[in-house]
Design a protein around this ligand. Sequence first.
Ligand SMILES: NC(=O)c1ccc[n+]([C@@H]2O[C@H](COP(=O)([O-])OP(=O)(O)OC[C@H]3O[C@@H](n4cnc5c(N)ncnc54)[C@H](O)[C@@H]3O)[C@@H](O)[C@H]2O)c1
Length: 263
Amino acid sequence: MQIEKHSFLVTGGASGLGESVVRAIVGQGGKVVIADLNESTGQALVDELGDNVRFVRCDVTSGDEVQAAVELAEKEFGGLQGSINCAGIAVVQKLLDRENNPADLDAFSRGVNINLVGSFNVARLVAASIAKRVANGNNTESANEKNADNGVIINTASIAAFDGQVGQASYSSSKAGVVGLTLPLARELARHGIRVMTIAPGVFATPMMETIPEKAREQLEAGVPYPKRLGNPNEFAKLVTHIIDNAYLNGEVIRLDGAIRMV
Ligand SMILES: NC(=O)c1ccc[n+]([C@@H]2O[C@H](COP(=O)([O-])OP(=O)(O)OC[C@H]3O[C@@H](n4cnc5c(N)ncnc54)[C@H](O)[C@@H]3O)[C@@H](O)[C@H]2O)c1
């Protein structure tokens, strides 16, 4: 699918990996609705990038708010061709603390709710919008022809889905859930010509990572076989734009991690 003239919902698009995706799509002539909780950075991006971008304050766990974001794209850009779900949080807590008290259940659930349930919520509402548009004959790609690439849903997992560290129970299991969504959704949406892909990033230099101490960051960089550095968000965005463009990528999880394996 060509990015030019098509429109995409980017959740978490006000920061980090999502922001980089917004810049890449707009840079290639596409249109974006940013759905994020952070109004000031989201609106600043709209002001900078211009008329091909809209911002809507949106919590990915809310059915009503994601539906409003989808409807904004339908109204402003004539429909959606896909979503890139980058909204996410990192919850860090051990099952037992130093005094052997049990973990806080609400904190665990919050991570699963935003990272996993949010991904499902966005996928279901974006898929419904694309499927209805195609069923109504308003198919911007190639007029309902066989194998038309009608839409693409890209989720963001993490290498923590496979290589979870102590303290990452909520994060790792939520991201493993995102990995688990990929194949069943791709199989189900095949009949609508909608692809579903997941990217599992290693360690990227985004605001999420700025909270970790310098020493820990250096250790992380040393643990990457090659290249020995954190990932640059534009390397994530390059993979996203390639997935959008390459119609044979479907139902797969791609690690983007410089060969790091967390131990
Ligand atoms: N940075 C990394 O090293 C790394 C590695 C693996 C996976 N990831 C994943 O990539 C995604 C993006 O991470 P990032 O590093 O760019 O983080 P980030 O903190 O820079 O950006 C995340 C964005 O998501 C938004 N957000 C959070 N909760 C939301 C909600 N409920 N609804 C809507 N928006 C919400 C935030 O406001 C923020 O703008 C996350 O899912 C993260 O788990 C990041």
